[in-house]
Write a protein that binds this ligand. Structure first.
Ligand SMILES: [Zn+2]
Length: 201
């Protein structure tokens, strides 16, 4: 998506309607700084302002996001291009989140083990070491739950038998035996238990 082009298009449409940035901002209950940012291509209108903005400027959301008026015969193609672009963005975001989750989990695990070993060496048995063990275990378990939540939230698990994609509950995912992101889960479609594969799409 070309923010500069979109910004220019918003500015052109606004001028065509003979309204100032201030007037447009007032109609949308936002600051004129926000409007100026859109027009300079620094940001996109929020989803909840998009429809109203299009109404005021007398353009479609499709045209706004393409940054140009669209001929009737190009409409379908342009819409599809936009949809593909949005889907790609979502997938990239999911992949990034998934990677971050693994980095967080692994570094927490290393931190946890290091603390335990260092604690055991320097403090020996006793109350301080006990406290450190409990606190670091709590942190590790919390991060573990958080990672599990992200893993379940993103994408689906795919049944190995019928290729049905599904989302288990957090509890089901938690108690399911797993290897990496493959979990032994019961498929709600065919009822078979398989090592369901994590798929992001
Ligand atoms: Zn199945």
């Amino acid at each position: 998506m070309d923010l500069i082009k979109i910004g220019r298009f918003i500015a052109d449409c606004r001028k065509e309607k003979e309204i100032t940035q201030e007037q447009l901002a007032e109609k949308l209950y936002i600051t004129d700084r926000a409007v100026s940012k859109w027009e300079r291509g620094l940001s996109l209108p929020d989803a909840d302002k998009m429809l109203e903005l299009c109404n005021i400027l007398d353009v479609s959301v499709n045209e706004l996001l393409n940054g140009e008026k669209i001929m009737q015969e190009d409409y379908e193609r342009k819409t599809e291009e936009l949809l593909v672009e949005f889907t790609k963005k979502d997938e990239e975001k999911d992949k990034q989140l998934f990677t971050n989750m693994w980095v967080l989990l692994i570094s927490t695990f290393i931190f946890y083990i290091t603390i335990l070993i260092l604690g055991a060496i320097t403090l020996g048995e006793g109350i301080p070491f006990g406290i450190i063990t409990v606190v670091s275990t709590i942190i590790f378990v919390c991060v573990g739950f958080y990672a599990l939540k992200i893993e379940v939230d993103i994408g689906y698990y795919e049944c190995r038998k019928c290729y049905h994609k599904f989302k288990p509950s957090y509890l089901t995912a938690l108690i399911a035996p797993h290897a990496h992101t493959t979990r032994y889960l019961k498929c709600p479609e065919c009822g078979k238990r398989t090592m369901a594969k994590k798929v992001l799409k």
